[in-house]
Design a protein around this ligand. Sequence first.
Ligand SMILES: NC(=O)c1ccc[n+]([C@@H]2O[C@H](COP(=O)([O-])OP(=O)(O)OC[C@H]3O[C@@H](n4cnc5c(N)ncnc54)[C@H](OP(=O)(O)O)[C@@H]3O)[C@@H](O)[C@H]2O)c1
Length: 212
Amino acid sequence: MTKIFVNIGLSLDGYMAPEGMDIAHWGTPDHKNWGAKWGTLMSWVLKQQYFRELLKFGPGGETGEVNDMLRHTLERSGANIMGKRMFDQGAISWPEEAPFHTPVYVLTHEKREPWVRPGGTTFYFVNDGPESALEQARASAGDRDIRISGGADVVQQYLSMGVVDELEIALAPILFGGGQRLFASPQNSVPQFRIDKVLHTPDVTHLRYVRA
Ligand SMILES: NC(=O)c1ccc[n+]([C@@H]2O[C@H](COP(=O)([O-])OP(=O)(O)OC[C@H]3O[C@@H](n4cnc5c(N)ncnc54)[C@H](OP(=O)(O)O)[C@@H]3O)[C@@H](O)[C@H]2O)c1
């Protein structure tokens, strides 16, 4: 059965993105030091062989349990859902072959035709809300799972809808002090989770929660 899962990186103080990391400051990573903060949050991913291969960073990289986990996350995903701010930053950063290889449903108020990328990724711009995006994702995911990719705004919406089955967090030992907070406005309807797996590494702690 298709699972709906969140898989994200989080700072120790609960932010998915540091303050200052926005499209207006994309060329200035020293603005509020967002570049270094984001780099610390994501450094573990960049080291993995599978991610290097996916982003076409060249050969090399770590193999092992974390690399396998990353590969599994990508391979189990039959559709992705994301917010427009994540999309806007990705659209100018991802290689031409965007690293999803699935349909991607972008929640936005902007009306736009689908954007087809080589390698099987097509971005669809959904204007009629998170339920509609989920319905479309279900139709295209088949028996694979649906990943709620981010950012914080969109993850919160799906948590509040009570539809998230699994929550995977790579918790980094860095304090952002501000930014896009994951649990900014928890609702009563947020499901309860239990710990399924914890994997310690020197860079981050991988936490996996499933519905209680
Ligand atoms: N740490 C991680 O693992 C991780 C993962 C993903 C992203 N990120 C980072 O998180 C940041 C973005 O997160 P965010 O919370 O600021 O924004 P976001 O969730 O990516 O996007 C929010 C935007 O999406 C559109 N949107 C969201 N829900 C909608 C709805 N129901 N109907 C219509 N439009 C809707 C709106 O844009 P419009 O009104 O303009 O259409 C809204 O401003 C980026 O810096 C990104 O790189 C981090």
